[in-house]
Design a protein around this ligand. Sequence first.
Ligand SMILES: Cc1ncc(COP(=O)(O)O)c(C=O)c1O
Length: 339
Amino acid sequence: MRASELVFPQRLRLAQTPTPLMPMHRFCLARGLPLIWLKRDDLTHSTASGNKIRKLEFCLAEAMQQQADVVLTYGGLQSNHCRATALLCAQLGLRCHLVLRSSSRPAEPADGNLLLDQLAGARISYVAARELACDAERIETDIVNEYHQQGLRTYCIPIGASDATGLWGYVAAAAELATDFDIHSINPAHIVTASGSGGTQSGLMAGAVAFGLSAKVWGINVCDDAHWFQQKIRDDLTQWDHKYSTGIDVNSLTVNMLDGHVGEGYAKASDEVLETIAAVARSEGIVFDPVYTGKAFHGLLKEIRAGRFDQPDDLVFMHTGGVFGLFPFKDRFSQLVSC
Ligand SMILES: Cc1ncc(COP(=O)(O)O)c(C=O)c1O
């Protein structure tokens, strides 16, 4: 498979790319760590920042192509994906309906991502996690039918925009990384990302093959377990290949997971994770979030110290954004690091 043979589908240019690839000299030197580079996808946009905008460039292009009026998507109460979708829909003149996992209407005033969802004018349904898990299809059908009765067409995006369409976002990002590596004259052996719904990792895996990166792509799962992600990523890659006939042998790709860093659960962060976030902010002026990037980066440091990686120098960590998810943790931070 040569990159020139890969035919990208329609795409909207929404993200500020290419994003910088930056070395964490000070942080790594002070701790005797091999050099870690950050791919700064936290800089893809001011408010719609992070990894989701790359995927949404393809999903929202498809929505426009299908002449959708409403975009429906899903996530946790503090979903970065939902916030990015809400803001980008506003930018494109589309209506946005978010189904957020919550057993009750959250307390006012809203914080973090939820505040931005509201500001962007998204319509929000709060649905308990259990109900959503058991009854997702009916919930989606009811919402789509409701809009249909008003003469409106709905385009549905799954959690995290991790599907065959959204996957292209990180195939394109792998092409960007290939250029970054040339510019900096490095040849990293490892690229590590937080995995929440798997689309960033699967896109990077496919893109690494398409654009000739020799690096191994690793996911640090922030929820579920390695088995769940291996299945999900294989399914998404298979659907991607079926939909687009990519010419990439997706069955030959290995899903490398670094499991064991979820801690108490999704969206729960230990004091150690928060301390790592504060340490990076102080030594590099770069901010991770407690749910995805901070938890995964903390896990990465543990894996490096445990000797997990061969050729650990010039390892790349994807800074996939999430800064607004920091604010609901403000009380914990103020107790811990005297902010
Ligand atoms: C900030 C951030 N980083 C990483 C991820 C994980 O990406 P993915 O859902 O593609 O696995 C997400 C979303 O889940 C996220 O919001």
